[in-house]
Design a binder for this molecule. Sequence first.
Ligand SMILES: [Fe+2]
Length: 187
Amino acid sequence: MPETRPKTFDSLEALEGYLEVMGRTPSDEGPGITELDHGLQCALELRAVAPDDAELHVAGLVHDIGHGLVHIRDHAWSGAETIRALLGDRVATLVGLHIDAKRYLVTTDPGYRVTLSPTSIETLALQGGDMSAEAVAAFEAWPSWREALMLRRADEAAKTPGREVPGLEAWLPALRETASRQVKAGA
Ligand SMILES: [Fe+2]
């Protein structure tokens, strides 16, 4: 990933600019898909299952923004911190939980593991593998934990090279609306 990413995005323009950079960055998932393609597919999957939850769509769009920032094990919460001020605590939590959501689903849903991509399986062990009963309970104590599971399932369904999906411009209204809500909340 390029070195142009700030520690936190303080404007939508900066975030949009970085998402465009992600559109030129190949995804770890394999040839023919960029980091932005993956986010766009993820947002679309989420809109299909939760049409009225624009914050969830936005979280899907930016969920891997921490890729390349730190070790793959820690990219979820590091990425969450880059967008928390701009997009708010709920979007940050959804982004931050997307690795733990994988661990939760592997632990609690016997059929989930087979849906994981080879890259997701490879990183699972690095990310802590199965959860303890305490970790499962702690995960379920998060607000929006159910939506975090939706994001995770969408994440796995968002890795198709060459899939035609709406571009970044389709998500700008949701991004702007989410960001303006934070400005109002902080005013
Ligand atoms: Fe992802």
